[in-house]
Structures are given as structure tokens and as C-alpha cells.
Design a protein around this ligand. Sequence first.
Ligand code: NAD
Ligand code: DAU
Length: 378
Amino acid sequence: MKKSIVITGGAGFIGSHVVRLFVNKYPEYNIINLDKLTYAGNLSNLKDVENKPNYKFVKLDICDFDAFYELMQKEKVTGIIHLAAESHVDRSIKDPFTFARTNVLGTLSLLQAAKLYWESLPEKYEGKRFYHISTDEVYGALEMTRPEGVEPPFSTTASSSEHHLAYGEEFFYETTKYNPHSPYSASKAGSDHFVRAFHDTYGMPTIVTNCSNNYGPYQFPEKLIPLFINNIRNKKPLPVYGKGENVRDWLFVEDHARAIDLIFHKGKIAETYNIGGFNEWKNIDLIKVVIKTTDKLLGRAENEDMNLITYVTDRLGHDARYAIDSTKLQKELGWEPSLQFEEGIEKTIRWYLDNQEWLDNITSGEYEKYYESMYKNR
Ligand code: NAD
Ligand code: DAU
């Protein structure tokens, strides 16, 4: 019998890359993309796989316990890769309740439905897996303690042995204590705790991974990189929060998807794995690379759009620095990032410029209206 795997949030940014990878790589699985299609969900992210025989889309809210339990039974689900979430920090500052509902209660609802269904089977949890995708933001923020004058390894997606000249001496490890600051990271931390509690209490075979900032095609243009590419092409201001000094650790989204595939199949039950590229950037330095590369690809004069940089009021509670140590994943499962950062960012910018219709549909609101009318009677 074919394995049935549910991927939640498959119409979003990272989820769509995971769905694409699994549908293409595993014709022997039934891949079920479960998504509510919030503003962040977009089925046109998956046009290239939507007609494959091993792919199915189900529009469903992860908080709908009954519907999900029914789906588990009907599809005889053996594995869940859970990415559905409210994911944008700025939105969480404005509307924390939506984040608590989806990220905490939604995850709990999936766990409870999976528990009831799997425990009802003769083989129970054997061959089953609940894999929860989380974020490095649950660990809080790191200090910037790099000695003055020492430059970080900007131009490389560094290997684990090279990463010590980053923006600080500390990293987030799998053992780092949770210390979330934003409503988003607090809600993700809550969901992570529930997942681990279901392993510790009921013996559910769970895995949690915590990843750093992703970049790449199909990211909703409210997040830094696609927002800025879109604004540069439209000659709009680029709102840099605070002084642009905050540090993020960037990973190409397809490398995250490959890590998810590896961990889903080879990761140890009840373990946590950190995923990151040892690739720290100060926002302002990253933004300058994005401007330079976008101008080059648009055929504009070098640095023509640097004057679009506009310093604005900082994000409330803005975390100073994230930096993931992914040595465990590299050593135990042999994963490593495939792309140098410069290559990845150029590939990403080229994609957005080649797919301006995708950007325009999302930003004009047409996409939302279209999907609402398409799905209102289902
Ligand atoms: P996204 O916002 O692009 O996509 C989220 C998807 O979840 C959308 O398709 C949306 O429709 C769906 N969704 C939201 N609420 C839902 C609900 N109640 N029921 C069903 N579906 C719902 O997010 P993303 O950036 O792709 O992130 C995916 C996951 O990875 C999240 O759990 C996020 O916390 C985590 N993560 C993201 C990053 C990053 O840099 N983007 C890094 C580390 C971890
Ligand atoms: O670290 C992983 C997290 O990365 C994920 O868990 C989140 O889902 C994802 O959204 C991302 O969170 P960030 O808050 O780091 O990403 P964002 O793209 O919103 O912002 C990146 C940095 O850029 C951050 O320091 C804030 C800053 N920023 C962002 C925006 C949107 C600006 O300066 N201006 C902006 O307009």
C-alpha cells in the first residue's frame, strides 16, 4: 500500500518547496497538501506538480479537529510534516491571538487527531511520524560580541569549521534554552512544547527542527527579501527597521527542503535538529547586495537604487542576532547547504524578476479574490 503523507502549509513558501520535492522524488507516496489558503497560501506556487497522480490538495484549517481526523482515517495517513503556521513577526505584533490560535491550538489539534487515529490501529505508532517544522526564533536573541575589526566570512556559505568569525561568539544549539520574545516566536515555542509533550506522554514518534531565515522563490512579499526586490523594481522606498544592524542567518529554501526530506526519513525519533547555513548578514549589508544585484539584473546603473533605503521606526522587541549551529545535522545525517550565498541570492532575485506576474497577483489582491471565489462552494 502507498504511504500517505500529509504536508500542512504546502501552499506557502517553504511548504511548496517541500511538496514539490516529495511529489517529484517519491512517486510511491501519496502526498496530501493540506492548507487553509490564508493570504500566505497560493496554489499557483505548485502549478508544475498539481496534475501529478501522487499529489492531492485539501483545503482545511488545521484547527478543524473533526475534519482532520476524518482525513487521517480516509487517507490512512502514516506521516505528517507540519509547516502550516502564521509566520510573519510584524503581523504577530499587531494580532497575537491569530498566532496563538493557528500555531498553538492548530498544532495541538493535529497532534490529538493523529494520536487518536494512530492509537486506534493494530500496529499503533509503528511506521508513523509527526515532524514539526519550527524556527530558530524560539531560542530568543544572541548578543553581538564579535571583536571590532574582525570581519565575518561574508562571501561563503561557510562550513561548520569556518563559522567562528560570525557576529558573535554564541550560537543557537539544540540544547539552548527557549526564550522567545515576539508573539510569533512565543506561539512557535508553545507548539514545539506540545509536540515534545506528545512524545514524552503518549510515545508519539515526533521530531522537531528549528531553522534559520529562509530565502528563495515563492516567498510572500511581506518578508524582507521579496518585499525589497518588489519595491526596487517599482522604485518604492525600502523600509529598513532601526539602524539595519540586526543580524539574520540566511539559508536557501531548497536546502531547507532537502534537510526536511533527510530528517523525515533518517532523523531519530524525539530528536531536535537545528538547520542553518552558517551565513550571517547584517540587514543593511544584505539589503545593499539585494539592491546591487537587482539593479544589475534590471540593467540599471550600478547602485542606482541605493537612495531608496529609508530608515524607519524599529520593530518592537526586534531580536538583535540569530545564528544557528547546524553541526549536529551535518555530522549525524551528512546534510550541508548546496549553494554559496551570492549564487542563491542572484538566483532568487532573477526568479522574482522573471515572475513579475506572480508578484503582481499577490500584491494587487487579485490572487486572494480569485481563490476565494474558486473555493467558496467546497
Ligand atoms: P508561509 O506564511 O509562507 O506559509 C504558511 C502556510 O500555512 C500558508 O500556505 C497558509 O495558507 C498556511 N496556513 C496558515 N494558517 C493555516 C491554518 N490555520 N490551517 C491550514 N493552513 C494554514 O510560511 P513559511 O515561511 O513557508 O513557513 C512555513 C513554516 O516554517 C512555519 O511553520 C514557520 O514557522 C517555519 N519557518 C519559517 C522560516 C522562514 O524563514 N520563512 C524559517 C524557519 C521556520
Ligand atoms: O529566523 C526564522 C524566521 O525568519 C522565521 O521563523 C519567520 O517565519 C520568518 O518570517 C523570518 O523572521 P524575520 O522576522 O527574521 O524575517 P523578516 O523577513 O520579517 O525580517 C528580516 C529582518 O529584516 C528582520 O531583522 C527585520 C528586518 N526588516 C524586515 C522587514 C519586513 C526590515 O528592516 N524591514 C522590513 O520591511
